[in-house]
Design a protein around this ligand. Structure first.
Ligand code: NAI
Ligand code: ISE
Length: 336
């Protein structure tokens, strides 16, 4: 049986996920779309989901008998209401990051899912599905001894005017916050942010770049440069320093060109291309679990911990140089 999926929020990633479900992946099709901007839903329908019905609200879509499972790809601040509604309807729900824009909101989702008593939510932390990160994790676990430090960078070529300083955490660093918990099998105990000289390419409401320093329960120290106006490309870097050696995330495959006395290869510029295969694998995982009436992959708990850790990082942004502690509550049995 094909899983009938409804998409709430048909902007950049909503449309791209609808495309991959209808054109790349197996076992599902898009049967409904909803967006506060009906023109966006119509454009997505025309481009990649001709058989989908456009519904006026996300709530209508979740309640529709034509929808077995839900994708929430609207703006972050609207995720919580839709995820809670999907849980109440007993429908598997894939929610793009962030699970909620506040830790309290993410907690409400954790509590609702725990009360439902089964996994219904997958959070869109696609890096856990990336072949490079998976290879890195295997090497970190087996070959370089105990991890001691991580040096990382998250660089975007440019960001829109509405992207302001805290978004460097909630929108961007949140990927590192999640993937390093998974990579190191660890949790954070503190965060600190320091601001280097500000790039002249950053607009007035954005301090860019910034360096986030995280400390884990096992004592690993992580530094992440977040630089979202780096101009030259979309560049994700990660090196783990272990007791016996170093391991680095592989670069995306690119043709090496020797020309005009230069040795060069192209650098990607768009996040959609950098993690294109990971998005495919994460959504196939969602479809396969949804066919069984459940969810797999990154959990609501992971989304909640990411929200708590993000809040600490934003507090650290507001008090540059101060070390902000991170304390986690007990993990419900559903997420053991
Ligand atoms: P976007 O602005 O291109 O699209 C969002 C769409 O949601 C818009 O069409 C908007 O009209 C619609 N929308 C807003 N509020 C709504 C509501 N209450 N109900 C229904 N539709 C609503 O944004 P984009 O880049 O597609 O991001 C969407 C989400 O995906 C964000 O949470 C973002 O953080 C996440 N994202 C994740 C990425 C990843 O790498 N995993 C990459 C890019 C975005
Ligand atoms: C965007 O929302 C994403 O999730 C991308 O993966 C990230 O690189 C970018 O910084 C965010 O704005």
């Amino acid at each position: 049986m094909s899983v009938r999926i409804g998409v709430i929020g048909t902007g950049a990633i909503g449309r791209d996920h609808a495309r991959r479900i209808n054109q790349v992946l197996t076992g599902a099709s898009i049967t409904a779309l909803s967006d506060v901007n009906p023109e966006g839903a119509k454009a997505t329908q025309a481009a990649v989901a001709p058989d989908a019905t456009i519904l006026a609200t996300g709530e209508e879509l979740i309640a529709s008998p034509e929808v077995d499972a839900v994708l929430v790809t609207s703006w972050g601040a609207t995720h919580e209401q839709y995820v809670l509604a999907a849980i109440a309807a007993g429908k598997p729900c894939f929610c793009e990051k962030p699970l909620a824009t506040t830790a309290e909101g993410a907690r409400r989702i954790v509590d609702a899912e725990a009360t439902a008593g089964r996994r219904l939510v997958q959070v869109g932390f696609m890096r856990r599905y990336d072949a490079g990160y998976r290879m890195l994790k295997a090497v970190v676990e087996r070959e370089i001894g105990r991890p001691l430090m991580v040096h990382a960078a998250h660089r975007n070529p440019t960001v829109p005017e509405q992207y302001v300083t805290p978004m460097a955490i909630h929108d961007t660093l949140i990927h590192e916050i999640d993937v390093f918990r998974w990579l190191l099998d660890d949790d954070y105990v503190s965060a600190q942010v320091v601001f280097p000289r500000v790039s002249s390419h950053a607009h007035a409401k954005l301090k860019d770049p910034q360096v986030v320093l995280l400390e884990t329960a096992k004592g690993v120290r992580i530094d992440v440069e977040v630089f979202v106006n780096c101009r030259y490309g979309y560049d994700i870097q990660c090196t783990v320093v272990g007791e016996e050696g170093l391991a680095s995330l592989p670069e995306p495959m690119a043709i090496v060109v020797r020309k005009e006395a230069k040795l060069q290869n192209a650098i990607l510029t768009d996040w959609k291309d950098r993690f294109i295969a990971s998005y495919d694998v994460e959504l196939q995982d969602f479809i396969d679990a949804a066919a069984k009436g459940t969810a797999s992959g990154p959990t609501s708990w992971d989304g909640y911990v990411a929200a708590i850790s993000s809040d600490a990082c934003v507090a650290a942004q507001e008090a540059p140089g101060i070390i902000v502690p991170i304390t986690l509550p007990d993990r419900p049995a559903l997420y053991a």
